[in-house]
Write a protein that binds this ligand. Structure first.
Ligand code: PMV
Length: 313
């Protein structure tokens, strides 16, 4: 049997903007997806035991099948290769947590082990990027990069097809954050396409917003390196405003952002594709993390307590 895993991720700065070449900052979560793959006599079977938002696995089923086909093609394997795939792990299947990329990395690693293919992490990352296209249409590559390498990363998509740029960001010590799910399963592909269409139709509005997103990522990196958490939080708030302006937030996300800020979070924003999915808030210290998380849980939402900047996950 082959085994593999992939990290979940939380985008601190730059979702959507990264698809168009603006830099972004992402952190892997300590929660991960695990996969096991076994050769069988015929067909591909998938047993998905990830815990998640109600309906997540059903909603993503067709995209999951397409992603595995894409993955096999990218590995130069037949799309009829008979195998059973099991998915589990402690990463919840919330939209916005990079669950699809984490599962692609986990499955690619498990297939490689079961079929004795010696793939480097760079190669696993490329394969997972191909698989991500089934879920995200034209993905930036930020999710699969975080899912493969882990850590806190600065990421910039290569717009001419070459390798993307990414670099580890080291911070003074890990910082508590929370990730709260709206419970709404979002369609990342449709959200990404919507932004691309609106940007094309209305460059006067969108171009300046993209410039501001770039400034947020650049300043955000400096604030993280300086360990100026107040500034990081302010920039997260600014990033959320930009995401509202490009039309990817929704009333449930705006509500979660407001609750988190009212409870004392240093900053809060939607994370990932938006239109549902998740909100993340910067809550340094266990006490603040619990305070903000509990207030949101009391309203009936699910919350993941995690940290950014953990060096070795
Ligand atoms: O919703 P998620 O976890 O799939 O994150 C999507 C992030 C986007 O920036 C919207 C798309 C991308 O490929 O970078």
């Amino acid at each position: 049997m082959g085994k593999g895993s992939g990290y979940g991720k939380v985008i601190l700065f730059g979702e959507h903007f990264v698809v168009h070449g603006v830099p972004g900052i992402v952190s892997a979560t300590d929660a991960a997806t695990d996969a096991e793959v076994k050769k069988t006599a015929s067909g591909i079977t998938i047993k998905d035991e990830r815990k998640g938002s109600k309906g997540y696995a059903e909603e993503k089923k067709l995209q999951q099948i397409e992603s595995i086909e894409r993955m096999l093609k990218s590995m130069n394997m037949s799309t009829d290769t008979a195998m059973s795939i099991w998915l589990g792990g402690n990463l919840p299947g919330f939209s916005g947590l990079g669950a699809s990329a984490a599962s692609s990395v986990a499955i690619a690693r498990a297939i490689a082990q079961e079929f004795n293919l010696k793939f480097s992490d760079e190669r696993i990352n490329e394969i997972a990027y191909e698989a991500e296209k089934a879920y995200a249409g034209n993905p930036s590559g930020i999710d699969n990069t975080a899912a493969t390498f882990g850590g806190l990363l600065w990421f910039k998509k290569n717009m001419t097809g070459g390798p993307d740029t990414f670099e580890k960001i080291s911070i003074q010590k890990p910082v508590e954050i929370i990730i709260a799910s709206t419970g709404i399963v979002a369609n990342t592909k449709a959200m990404v396409e919507g932004v691309a269409q609106r940007k094309k139709a209305n460059p006067q509005k969108y171009d300046p917003l993209f410039k501001q997103a770039e400034a947020v990522a650049v300043t955000g990196r400096k604030a993280l390196l300086d360990f100026d958490l107040k500034k990081v939080g302010e920039l997260m708030n600014e990033n959320h405003r930009l995401l509202q302006e490009i039309g990817v937030s929704c009333k449930e996300l705006d509500h979660l952002v407001e609750v988190a800020r009212n409870q004392g979070a240093l900053g809060a924003k939607l994370t990932g594709g938006g239109g549902g999915g998740c909100m993340t808030a910067l809550t340094p210290g266990k006490e603040l993390q619990d305070k903000v998380a509990s207030a949101i849980e009391k309203e009936g939402f699910q919350v993941l307590r995690t940290k950014i900047g953990v060096q070795k996950l």
